[in-house]
Ligand binder design. Structure first.
Ligand code: SF4
Ligand code: FES
Length: 234
């Protein structure tokens, strides 16, 4: 089948400015949008710039906007697109460096700010630190994050102010706040009780819709809000 790919272009080193280029391609129904971008880059215009690594929904590097919604290019099949004219744009709220590549520095700065690692100052036991299946299941959902930024860059609160820590950082804080072996929950909750913390979330649900791992992002943000408000982890 024939597919028209309308791709956002920007090169800070030329005078053309921000614009769209349209590429008409032959595609199989089972091709992914990433395959179409590769086809352009390999056979039509080698200057097209985008990120990808695993090509299998694991690394999170190819989040882009496809027909106005955040998706991983490697997880969207041509046969599932509503229109055979496909608009491709960079994710919103982060500065575009070139074509579909954005500056991820603010995103990872927020991620690092919530202590996204295990904290426990007790001497390590001879074997592993034990945890029951019930304790483990409390934060199972938020362990699935691949840091693709689809949630944070679909959030109007982040678009308005990039100082907002954003749903991805909150998801990664949640993963450790509810880990029964961790000892830094109170510190993380204090960080997120900031003017640019969880209360910037207005429960819009764009984040949940955007997440390629089907994490209940808005629910996780709500649980963190509740923990701050009540002082209890339930
Ligand atoms: Fe991506 Fe989902 Fe993690 Fe957000 S929560 S960064 S959308 S995997
Ligand atoms: Fe790794 Fe798509 S290229 S998630």
């Amino acid at each position: 089948m024939e597919v028209k790919l309308k791709v956002f272009r920007y090169n800070p080193e030329d005078d053309e400015g921000k614009h769209f280029d349209t590429f008409t391609l032959e595609a199989e129904p089972t091709d992914r949008v990433l395959d179409l971008l590769e086809q352009v880059k390999n056979y039509v215009d080698g200057t097209l710039t985008f990120r990808r690594s695993c090509a299998h929904g694991v690394c999170g590097s190819d989040a882009i906007r496809i027909n106005g919604v955040n998706r991983l290019a490697c997880k969207v099949l041509v046969q599932d697109l509503k229109s055979k004219t496909v608009k491709i744009e960079p994710i919103l709220g982060l500065e575009v460096e070139k074509d579909l590549v954005v500056d991820m520095e603010p995103f990872f700065r927020h991620y690092k700010s919530v202590l996204p690692y295990f904290v426990n100052d007790d001497p390590p036991p001879m074997k592993e630190r034990l945890q029951s299946p019930e304790e483990r299941s409390r934060f199972d959902d938020t362990t699935k994050c691949i840091l693709c930024a689809s949630c944070t860059t679909s959030c109007p609160s982040f678009w308005i102010n990039e100082e907002y820590v954003g749903p991805s950082a909150i998801v990664n804080a949640h993963r450790f706040i509810y880990d029964s072996r961790d000892q830094a929950a109170a510190e993380r909750l204090e960080i997120l009780n900031d003017q640019f913390g969880v209360y910037r979330c207005h429960t819009i649900f764009n984040c949940t819709d955007a997440c390629p791992r089907e994490i209940e992002v808005t629910k996780a943000v709500g649980e963190v809000k509740k923990a701050i408000a009540t002082g209890r982890l339930e």
